[in-house]
Design a protein around this ligand. Structure first.
Ligand code: M6R
Length: 603
C-alpha cells in the first residue's frame, strides 16, 4: 500500500505536495517521490527512505501542478528506480499508484515486444507504458483505454506534458478522494492529508475516473459517461490530525481515549429510557434478529472482533463466528441468514473488503464498524456504524480498538434486548458511562507503567496470558509490543501454556498476566503459580480491589472499576502504554514501525 497525492492550483505545488505527503507517509515510507510540470517539462524527484530525505533533495521550484507518492514496497525492492512516479519512455507521462496490477507480467511482455523500455521491477510501470501506447490527443481517453487492460487494484494520479494543466485520477479497490478548493483541486488517498486546505471532498467509486484542473473537476463512470457526484463536508479538524504537543501520534492517540470513547457513545445510549439506538439503516438490519453473526476483520480489529464474539454470545446467546477476513474470503461459510459484521478502522483493508464483498454477493446482510466515513467499506456494506474516534495516524491501532469494542458491546446489548432485563441493561449502561473516567485513571498511572517497561525492555521474548476476553486482550497486548518494540511477544489463553508454550519459559521470559476478579480468578492464580515455578517473572494487570495478587506476582499494574466485561477497555490502555514505553525506551520508530503501514490495501 502507498499514499498518492495530486495538486493543481495557484499555490506552489512542490510545497503543497510535500506538506500533504507528510500526512500520508503512514501508508508507506520505504521511498517517496514527486513529479511536477515545470515550463512544459516533466521533472521527477525521488529518494529512498523517509520523506524528509526527499525534502532535503528537492530544489526550490516554482510550479503549480504535480503528483506525489509515499511507497510501501510490494513489487520490487526499495530503490530509486522502483520509487514512484514511474515515467513513460518518452519522459512525458508520469504515474503514481497505490494497489497491485495482477496481470502486469503479461502486459509487460507485450509492451516490451512493442518496444517499450522498462527500468523498474514494479507492476506500476506497465500503467504508464500502456497510457503512452494509447495516447492520441486525450490523457483521459488514454487512461480509459489503459484501465480496460489492467486487472487488480489501483488508485492512480497521472500527469502529462501534453496536457500540462490537468491531473487524471482513477480508482479500483484502493481509496481515492478528490478535494475541492477555490481555484485549486486535490487528489488524495486519505482525507487527513487535505484538511489544512479544504474540507470539501468527493469520494470516487470503483471504476470512476476524474479529471482535475485548477478550476474544474469532472468525474466519469467506467463507460466514459460524465456523472455528477455529491460533495461531502468533512468535519474533522486539522489540529485533530496533528501531534498536539505529544512526541508521537501513538501517545497522543492513547491519551485521546477518554474523549474518543465519549464520542463513540454520544447519542447512542439513554440511561433514562434504558435504550440503545443506532442510525436508521443499522436499526433496520437489527430489527429482525440474525440467527448467526459472523465477524470478519484483520489484526487489531480482529482481536476487537474476538472480544465482540464473547460479548454477543454471552449477552444474547446468538452463535457468533469469528474469521480472519483473509480466510473468510476463500473458506468462510456464507449462510444467508447470518449477519456479517466487518470491523476495519480504515475501511480500506483489502482482505476485509474482499470478505465483505463475498458476504454481500452471497446474500448475507452486511454491516461494517469503521472509523472512516466515506471509506470503501461503508459503501459496500448494507449499513455502517462509525467508531467516531477521529483520525488515527500512528500505525499501531489504539483509540480505534477501544472504540470498536464499545460499538461491539452496544451491538451485543441491542441483540440481547429480548433476553436482558431492564435493571441489567441499566447497570451495563452505567458501566459504559464510567469508561472515560476509568481510562483517565489508567492514563494517570503512566509513570508506573513506564517502570514496568524498564523491566521488560531488554527481554528477547514476552508472553501475555488471560482467560475469557482477557485472552484476545493478551493477543492484542502481544501484537502492540511486537509491532512497535520489535520484541518477540505472544498471547495465550492462560490454560494453554501447559500444552506446549511452557517449553519456552525461562527466568528471562516475563509473563504479563491479565487477572480479573471473575469466575476465572482462581484458575488464573494457579496459572501464575505454574509460571513462577518455571522462574519466569510475572507482571499482573489486576483490579485495584484485588488484595491478594501481590502474593503471587512480582509486579502489579492496577486498573480501576469492578471486574466486568468492560474492564477490557482500561486494561487495553495499560497494554498500549506498556508497549509504547517499552518501544520508546528502546529508541524505536514508534509511529512508523519497520515493514508496516497503516492501511493494508493489498491482499
Ligand atoms: O484498518 P483495519 O482495522 O482494517 O486494519 C487492520 C489491521 O491492519 C490493523 O488493525 C493492524 O493490525 C494494526 N494497525 C496493528 O496495530
Amino acid at each position: 500500500m502507498c499514499g498518492i497525492f495530486g495538486y493543481t492550483g495557484f499555490r506552489n505545488a512542490r510545497n503543497v505536495i510535500l506538506d500533504c505527503l507528510k500526512k500520508l507517509d503512514y501508508r508507506g515510507y520505504d521511498s517517496a517521490g514527486i513529479g511536477v510540470i515545470n515550463k512544459d517539462e516533466l521533472k521527477i524527484f525521488k529518494e529512498i527512505g523517509e520523506l524528509g530525505l526527499l525534502e532535503k533533495k528537492l530544489p526550490p521550484i516554482d510550479v503549480n501542478i504535480g503528483i506525489g507518492h509515499t511507497r510501501w514496497a510490494t513489487h520490487g525492492e526499495v530503490s530509486i528506480k522502483n520509487a514512484h512516479p514511474q515515467v513513460s519512455c518518452n519522459g512525458d507521462i508520469a504515474v503514481v499508484h497505490n494497489g497491485i496490477i495482477e496481470n502486469f507480467k503479461k502486459l509487460k511482455e507485450e509492451l516490451e515486444e512493442k518496444g517499450h523500455r522498462f527500468i523498474s521491477q514494479t507492476d506500476t510501470e506497465v500503467i504508464v507504458h500502456l497510457i503512452e501506447e494509447s495516447y492520441k490527443d486525450s490523457l483521459k481517453d488514454a487512461v480509459f483505454s489503459m484501465i480496460k487492460k489492467i486487472k487488480g487494484s489501483y488508485a492512480l494520479a497521472v500527469l502529462s506534458t501534453s496536457e500540462p494543466d490537468i491531473i487524471v485520477g482513477a480508482r479500483q479497490e484502493s481509496p481515492l478522494v478528490v478535494g475541492i478548493g477555490d481555484n485549486e483541486n486535490f487528489l488524495t488517498s486519505d482525507i487527513t492529508a487535505l484538511l489544512k486546505y479544504t474540507n470539501r471532498v468527493i469520494y470516487l467509486e470503483d471504476g470512476e475516473i476524474c479529471v482535475l484542473s485548477k478550476n474544474s473537476v469532472d468525474i466519469f463512470n467506467w463507460n466514459g459517461k460524465k456523472i455528477e457526484k455529491e460533495i461531502h463536508i468533512v468535519d474533522w479538524n486539522v489540529e485533530a490530525a496533528e501531534k498536539g504537543g505529544f512526541p508521537h501520534f501513538m501517545l497522543k492517540e492513547i491519551y485521546e481515549q477518554p474523549h474518543s470513547l465519549h464520542q463513540t457513545l454520544r447519542g447512542r445510549i439513554s440511561e433514562i429510557e434504558r435504550s440503545i439506538s443506532f442510525e436508521d439503516k443499522v436499526e433496520s438490519l437489527l430489527d429482525s434478529y440474525p440467527k448467526v453473526v459472523s465477524i470478519v476483520a484483520c489484526g487489531t480489529s480482529f482481536y476487537a472482533g474476538m472480544i465482540g464474539k464473547y460479548m454477543i454470545e454471552q449477552l444474547s446467546g446468538i452463535p457468533t463466528f469469528l474469521e480472519l477476513a483473509s480466510e473468510y474470503r476463500y473458506f468462510g461459510v456464507r449462510d444467508k441468514t447470518s449477519l456479517v459484521v466487518a470491523i476495519t478502522q480504515s475501511g480500506e483493508t483489502a482482505d476485509t473488503l474482499g470478505a465483505l464483498r463475498e458476504a454481500k454477493n452471497s446474500g448475507c446482510n452486511t454491516m461494517v464498524i469503521t472509523n472512516v466515513i466515506g471509506s470503501t467499506a461503508t459503501r459496500i456494506a448494507d449499513a455502517f456504524i462509525l467508531t467516531r474516534s477521529g483520525p488515527e495516524i500512528g500505525v499501531a491501532a489504539t483509540k480505534t480498538f477501544t472504540s470498536q469494542i464499545v460499538v461491539l458491546f452496544l451491538l451485543a446489548l441491542k441483540l440481547s434486548r429480548k433476553t436482558i432485563n431492564p435493571d441489567e441493561l441499566s447497570r451495563y449502561l452505567s458501566h459504559l458511562r464510567e469508561l472515560p473516567r476509568n481510562v483517565r485513571m489508567v492514563l494517570e498511572r503512566s509513570e508506573e507503567i513506564l517502570k514496568v517497561a524498564e523491566k521488560i525492555k531488554d527481554s528477547k521474548s514476552v508472553f501475555f496470558i488471560g482467560r475469557g476476553v482477557n485472552y484476545p486482550l493478551s493477543l492484542e497486548g502481544a501484537l502492540k509490543l511486537k509491532e512497535i518494540s520489535y520484541i518477540h511477544a505472544e498471547g495465550f489463553p492462560a490454560g494453554e501454556l501447559k500444552h506446549g508454550p511452557f517449553a519456552l519459559l525461562t527466568e528471562k521470559t516475563p509473563v504479563i498476566a491479565i487477572v480479573t476478579m471473575d469466575k476465572t480468578y482462581d484458575k488464573m492464580i494457579a496459572n501464575i503459580g505454574e509460571v513462577k515455578a518455571r522462574h519466569s517473572p510475572v507482571i499482573a494487570i489486576a483490579n485495584e480491589k484485588d488484595s491478594e495478587i501481590e502474593k503471587y506476582a512480582d509486579y502489579v499494574i492496577r486498573f480501576p472499576s469492578d471486574s466486568n466485561i468492560l474492564s477490557c477497555i482500561p486494561i487495553a490502555v495499560i497494554l498500549q502504554l506498556l508497549a509504547y514505553h517499552t518501544a520508546n525506551l528502546r529508541g524505536c520508530e514508534i509511529d512508523k514501525p519497520r515493514n508496516l503501514a497503516k492501511s493494508v490495501t493489498v491482499e
